[in-house]
Ligand binder design. Structure first.
Ligand SMILES: Nc1ncnc2c1ncn2[C@@H]1O[C@H](COP(=O)(O)OP(=O)(O)O)[C@@H](O)[C@H]1O
Ligand SMILES: [Mg+2]
Length: 248
């Protein structure tokens, strides 16, 4: 299966108050195949957001390589990096990041506008997305008139607007009630089925992690491949047991 994302030996440090480097990602290698649903389970502060930002080209690793499609992010200009990101990735944020002055439809169209395209040329595509995400009837509402679950649906639709082969999702249920969180996870599963989009989703929720074809564990900036869970027995119970075994 072709790979949409490959990260090798990624490290990321930040300078502390005294200017000394504090490692946040110490050693992370992973890959995501086309159409694959991969989840990364890690406790708060383990480096999940830092990892996704590096993978998306929003932040630069201190060491290591990240390849999106055929493009090695370290070897291209800033401009090419931005274009590669737009072409390859849709990003779903924990706090939705919808623009408050735009309605639902305009928020979903925004990535097309930013890429210099004309949204009316993509009307059928946007209608299909609004429909597939169950938000067609909300199309002219502003974000403040939506529930959290509805806002996350809009942001998933927005992430799909440019037809990227990969969605990166940062704790997408972290600000949702349990039921809306489950509906959101079901939606990711539907999106993968319907559009063939690969998904890399980070979470600290074992039930969310169990939606993956593979569950990777990020602990204190280290992703140890021997902890990976996959196969027919992968469910929330298996994730809970692995966490217990790892002492988390
Ligand atoms: N820009 C930054 N500067 C300094 N420290 C950071 C920065 N971003 C993240 N960190 C630190 O990296 C660690 C991991 O953060 P983060 O990636 O947000 O973890 P998670 O998303 O798993 O909760 C935290 O200790 C955080 O304080
Ligand atoms: Mg985070």
């Amino acid at each position: 299966m072709p790979t949409v994302l490959r990260a090798e030996r990624v490290e990321r440090s930040f300078a502390d108050g005294a200017g000394d480097p504090v490692p946040v990602l110490r050693d992370v290698s992973l890959s995501v195949d086309e159409r694959e649903f991969v989840t990364v389970m890690g406790p708060s502060g383990s480096g999940k957001t830092t990892l996704l930002h590096c993978l998306a080209g929003l932040d630069r690793p201190t060491n290591g390589s990240i390849v999106l499609g055929d493009t090695d992010l370290a070897s291209v200009s800033e401009r090419e990096r931005t274009l590669t990101r737009r072409r390859t990735i849709g990003f779903v944020f924990q706090f939705f990041n919808l623009l408050p002055d735009l309605n639902v439809r305009e928020n979903v169209e925004l990535p097309l506008l930013i890429a210099g395209e004309t949204p009316r040329h993509h009307r059928a595509r946007i209608d299909e997305l609004l429909d597939a995400l169950g938000i067609a009837r909300l199309h002219d509402r502003p974000p403040h008139a939506l529930s959290g679950g509805e806002m996350q649906r809009v942001s998933i639709a927005r992430a799909l607007a440019s037809r990227p082969p990969l969605i990166l999702a940062d704790e997408p249920t972290g600000n949702l009630a349990t039921k809306a969180g489950e509906e959101t996870m079901d939606l990711f599963r539907d999106v993968r089925e319907r559009f063939g989009t690969a998904i890399l989703l980070v979470t600290h929720n074992p039930r969310d992690a169990a939606y993956g074809d593979r569950v990777l564990f990020l602990l204190d900036g280290v992703l140890d491949p021997t902890n990976t869970l996959s196969g027919p027995d992968l469910d929330a119970t298996a994730v809970f047991s692995r966490l217990e075994a790892l002492g988390i």
